[in-house]
Design a protein around this ligand. Structure first.
Ligand code: MF3
Ligand code: CO
Length: 248
């Protein structure tokens, strides 16, 4: 079931999305080699709470932290813990927060210190995939045009897109319909409508698209070949005349 949002509800979502955006920016400003992912998560948690919002991930299906912090070969859903962030790492910080009854969701992949050229390019292409997906986006756009745009740009750069995980609708719940795939065939899928709010989140791998789900912790998703992965996500509203990115 796709829940359309009124313009007033989208303005409410913009407020919580700003908190999400600012918390990730704050994490980026404080990210240092030598700190643990747990320490970074603690900063994000405190930031969200100070804004009067709630870290939606904490307790979601038993998830134990405020954010997902995914280093190098970790694609998404890295549980903050004892892992020490090192010089040369790429670190995806994925945050959901809720306030006023609505959820916002965004992710950025940060470069720590002296990052290799090939990892820098991967991070850049993951962000570019997001912007490619927005080209021409608006009411009437076939949903799978989004995935097609992401896939085309990733593969043109020699990378692969993760298929086992997708973007999603968002609103009163963190995950609403529809699923927003990062691959697909242009011209297919439901037509987007004004009032839809979706999370577009390319997860781009340097090597194989295949991923493993950690059986012990139940969350951590890693690349099957151990090569790096990058993630970039924003919450995007479809408007009468196009789109509106709420987490910028
Ligand atoms: N931002 C993530 C997503 O869109 C949320 C991770 S799952 C959670 O899927 F348990 F951490 F919330
Ligand atoms: Co998301």
């Amino acid at each position: 079931m796709v829940y359309l949002k009124t313009p007033e509800q989208i303005e409410t979502m913009r407020k919580v999305c700003k908190i999400v955006h600012d918390s990730i920016e704050y994490a980026g400003e404080n990210l240092r080699a030598g700190m643990t992912t747990r320490e970074l998560d603690a900063l994000i948690h405190k930031y969200i709470v100070t804004c009067g919002a709630n870290p939606t991930c904490l307790g979601y299906e038993g998830y134990p932290a405020a954010s997902c912090i995914s280093v190098n070969e970790v694609v998404v859903h890295g549980i903050p813990g004892d892992r020490v962030i090192k010089d040369g790492d790429i670190v995806s910080v994925d945050v959901c927060a809720d306030k006023y009854g609505f959820v916002g969701d965004s992710a950025r992949t940060f470069l720590v210190g002296d990052v290799s050229e090939d990892k820098k390019k991967l991070v850049k292409v993951a962000e570019e995939c997001f912007w490619k997906a927005l080209e021409g986006l608006g009411p009437g756009t076939p949903l799978f045009d989004i995935g097609a745009a992401v896939q085309e740009h990733a593969e043109a750069n020699g990378y692969s897109v993760v298929r086992a995980l997708t973007g999603h609708g968002i609103g009163r719940e963190m995950h609403e319909d529809p699923n927003v795939l990062n691959y697909g065939k242009r011209g297919t899928g439901m037509r987007l409508r004004a009032g839809m709010v979706i999370c577009i989140e390319p997860m781009i791998n340097m090597g194989t698209y295949k991923v493993n789900f950690d059986k012990r912790d139940g969350w951590t998703v890693t690349t099957a070949d151990g090569k790096p992965s990058a993630h970039y996500e924003n919450t995007v509203a479809i408007t009468e005349d196009g789109y509106d990115i709420l987490t910028l």
